[in-house]
Design a protein around this ligand. Structure first.
Ligand code: UDP
Ligand code: MG
Length: 311
């Protein structure tokens, strides 16, 4: 029977973790077509989360856990869980039950019956969220989708069931500054989107402050786009064009007092263009440093033979 690894990042979730386990265990007990393992990642919690996870893992062998030495952030927690996953499929779900575990069964069936590589959930509405948060979130998706080659879906979250192939591809992108939403899109594969309704946190409070969210958004834009590095080049080119136009007017006898402007535009334009050239090299180096794979394979004849052999 196939195995699904459920990864649950937990940061101070002493209230939610037991509730999550209850719901998830019910799902696993009632499942006839697939087995589950639950990998809780304690992201340096300072409350009783770690003890709770130890107890759960003692009494249920499907529960595994990883406890960090300090808080490293949700991205690090998910990565650790994905690396530890032994399943044929893997999914990351929030401990606060905002990602209903029952959906995992539905995702699995969609993959098996309809042949997807990944089934991802997106929130249908953001009701219940503060207006300001909604506004900034909408602005973020506008900006990142216009400057980056990866396309992000608004409302998408990290709640998605992936095949082992896709998971391995995600792990192959071992960059230090991780922005999973972008990585999931970058690796490709056939993804089905399903909607689910926003639910309130089961217990505890949100671990995301406005400042954390803002820096997370910047992370996304900087990790998936080097467009900002080209800004000086464009600005410099504009300045040089203005310089040229003014020079023509000046030489024809118009604008006789514009010599200071001419000097400023020329020097400023050359400066910016030079910075832009440096930026172009930096952006090349940046891509090289990330050392992402050149390509990712979805299927080969080997897979076909294996599949036919299983029939
Ligand atoms: N989380 C984590 N490390 C952190 C912050 C959050 O592992 O530094 C976990 C948290 O325990 C939860 C999930 O990430 O399971 C989502 O966090 P939260 O519910 O606070 O975010 P929100 O739903 O408010 O966006
Ligand atoms: Mg939450």
């Amino acid at each position: 029977m196939e195995l699904i690894s459920v990864i649950i990042p937990c940061y101070n979730e002493e209230g939610s973790a037991p509730l999550f386990y209850e719901r998830a265990a019910k799902l696993a007990d009632g499942s006839e077509d697939v087995r589950y393992e639950f990998i809780f990642v304690d992201d340096g919690s300072t409350d009783r989360t770690a003890e709770i996870l130890r107890e759960l893992s003692r009494k249920d062998e499907r529960v595994r856990y990883i406890s960090f030495s300090r808080n490293f952030g949700k991205e690090a927690a998910m990565y650790a869980g994905f690396r530890a996953a032994r399943g044929d499929y893997a999914v990351s779900a929030d401990a606060d039950l905002q990602h209903p575990p029952e959906l995992i069964g539905e995702m699995y069936r969609a993959i098996k019956e309809e042949g997807w590589d990944c089934v991802a959930a997106r929130r249908t509405d953001r009701s219940g969220e503060p207006v300001l948060k909604r506004f900034f979130s909408a602005a973020f998706y506008k900006i990142i989708n216009s400057v980056s080659e990866t396309k992000l879906v608004s409302g998408a979250c990290d709640f998605r069931l992936m095949s082992r192939k896709m998971l391995d591809a995600v792990l192959e992108l071992s960059e230090r500054n991780r922005f999973s939403k972008g990585i999931f899109d970058w690796v490709g594969f056939r993804t089905k989107w399903i909607s689910f309704e926003n639910v309130k946190r089961a217990a505890g409070t949100s671990k995301w402050s406005f400042r954390k969210l803002l820096s997370y958004s910047m992370e996304g834009i900087l990790s998936f786009s080097t467009a900002l590095l080209a800004v000086p080049l464009f600005a410099g080119a504009l300045m040089l064009a203005a310089w040229l136009a003014l020079l023509v007017v000046y030489l024809c006898g118009g604008a006789p007092d514009s010599s200071a402007w001419l000097a400023a535009l020329l020097v400023g334009g050359i400066n910016l263009v030079c910075i832009g050239i440096v930026g172009a090299y930096v952006s090349k180096g940046y891509r090289e440093i990330k050392s992402r794979p050149l390509y990712i394979v979805r299927e080969t004849d080997e897979d076909l033979k294996k599949e036919d052999g299983n029939r």
